[in-house]
Design a binder for this molecule. Structure first.
Ligand SMILES: Cc1cc2nc3c(=O)[nH]c(=O)nc-3n(C[C@H](O)[C@H](O)[C@H](O)COP(=O)(O)O)c2cc1C
Length: 199
């Protein structure tokens, strides 16, 4: 299985990255093909709304997103991990998501969807925020739902941890790491949400 994970935090070894690495452990242990993208160190320019992808579904900006498009297209599982910044995902995450407008054109204008492999396609959204209330979770999740739908990922799970602010706070959380690992295990299972509903 090809698994790609986006770390949208600029803080190396921060709460987002710790959570994401924990969620990836089952995939590593099962020997899957895992690729992590640290968005903060990549060159991903914001979408220019130039219309260059409208008739082709291909973005005309050439930067590190070129490889990401290919990775998303061939991924069986996609993790997006982001801190909450001003009630939404980080700018690093949002720049990547916005560039997926090319997939939106491919899917909704050109009527082509990304074909899933035998393992299907599933997503996992991991969010951490300094505040205890979950307003940021709802805004971030709405954006990322759009991202997953656009990239033809029909189902995803979200984990959100609030009150996690200083670097390393996530390590003190009573359940976060265990839950991230369990979510990582569900992510690589071949069961779909509808299978689980029927159990
Ligand atoms: C620019 C900026 C904006 C932030 N905005 C919010 C916010 O709106 N809501 C919130 O809960 N936390 C907010 N935070 C706190 C971060 O989400 C929190 O510190 C998080 O643990 C950072 O994750 P990281 O260690 O992976 O970078 C903000 C932090 C920064 C730097």
């Amino acid at each position: 299985m090809k698994i790609i994970a986006f770390n949208g935090s600029p803080r190396p070894g921060g709460n987002t990255e710790v959570l994401m690495r924990e969620a990836l452990k089952p995939a590593h242990e099962a020997g899957h093909d895992v690729t992590v993208y640290n968005l903060n160190t990549m060159t991903i320019k914001p979408c220019q709304d130039c219309g260059g992808c409208v008739t082709t579904g291909v973005c005309i900006q050439k930067d590190d997103m070129t490889g990401v498009f290919d990775a998303i297209r061939h991924a069986d599982r996609i993790i997006l991990a982001s801190p909450i910044f001003f009630y939404s995902i980080s700018a690093q995450s949002k720049a990547m998501v916005d560039r997926c407008q090319a997939f939106w054109c491919e899917k909704y204008l050109l009527k082509k969807t990304i074909t899933a492999g035998p393992a299907g396609r599933k997503g996992l959204l991991l969010l951490v925020g300094g505040m205890k209330k979950d307003d940021g979770k709802h805004c971030a999740e709405a954006t990322v739902k759009g991202f997953f739908r656009t990239c033809s990922v029909p189902e995803h799970e979200t984990l959100f941890y609030g009150g996690v602010d200083a670097k390393g706070d996530i390590l003190q959380h009573p359940t976060a790491l265990t839950e991230a690992r369990e979510a990582g295990l569900r992510l690589i299972s071949l069961k779909t949400a509808s299978d689980t509903d029927q159990v």
